[in-house]
Design a protein around this ligand. Sequence first.
Ligand code: HPA
Length: 283
Amino acid sequence: MRTPGYLEAKKAAAYLCAHWPVRPRIAITLGSGLEGVVRGLRQRRSVPYRLIPHFPRPTVEGHGGVLHAGLWRGVPVAMLAGRVHLYEGYAPAEAIFPVRALALAGVEVFVFTCAAGGIAPRAQPGAFMVLSDHLNLQGANPLVGLHEARWGERFVAMSDAYDARLRRLTLRAARALGQRCFEGVYAAVLGPNYETPAEIRALRRLGAEAVGMSTVPEVIAARQLGRRVLALATITNRAAGLSRAPLTHEEVLSVGKAAAWNLKRLLDVILPKAGDKDIPSSG
Ligand code: HPA
């Protein structure tokens, strides 16, 4: 099957631009359980993904599939409530289609949130991890295939994938709010099963501090487009073998929901500054 390309993304972008009163420069993808955050968006306009040309539709509980746009403390923002994952059977180029469409519609800064299992000792449920780097262990990459030069380079540098200023801003904001937040390396696996304890021991040796099943394809696509990226994982559980309780999706959703309030407060601080090119490095 042919995956959606440049023309399809242009069409989706044109649809969105026609629906938006103002064009957001910042887009936020909400991970599992975090969708309650959209209630903080004023003058909200909401479009189900099924009405947006070529948008993929999530099939997982907790991932609604509605694109919201509105004002967050006066800043125009787009919020993607629901993402599709590779484990749903989507091709990587389909999974990252919303990123490309939003970039064509004028988005310059992408904030990706996700749920993750904690591997490092400080990665305890309820804490946030600001991604400083990742391990792509999904066995897939959205840039595979014929090269489309309009998206950017074929061989994309990933050494500074996660914007240093946005990371600093987030860590500082979390500290000021008294929230548990640390920086670390995220391992992206395909899923959908949770890992085995042996896999978690291996990931720890590889340098992973948290593990999840999303985000990395979107980060790669956004970086090919030269957009700035902040990624924030909610630690919803200790990874397999690190606690006695067996892992469940319900647990991931309920800890995610509890974290939504903290994420809202973080965004109050981050979003008004995220569009600035120059965030001061101290203070
Ligand atoms: N493993 C993978 N993905 C996850 C986890 C996990 O433990 N928790 C939330 N998403």
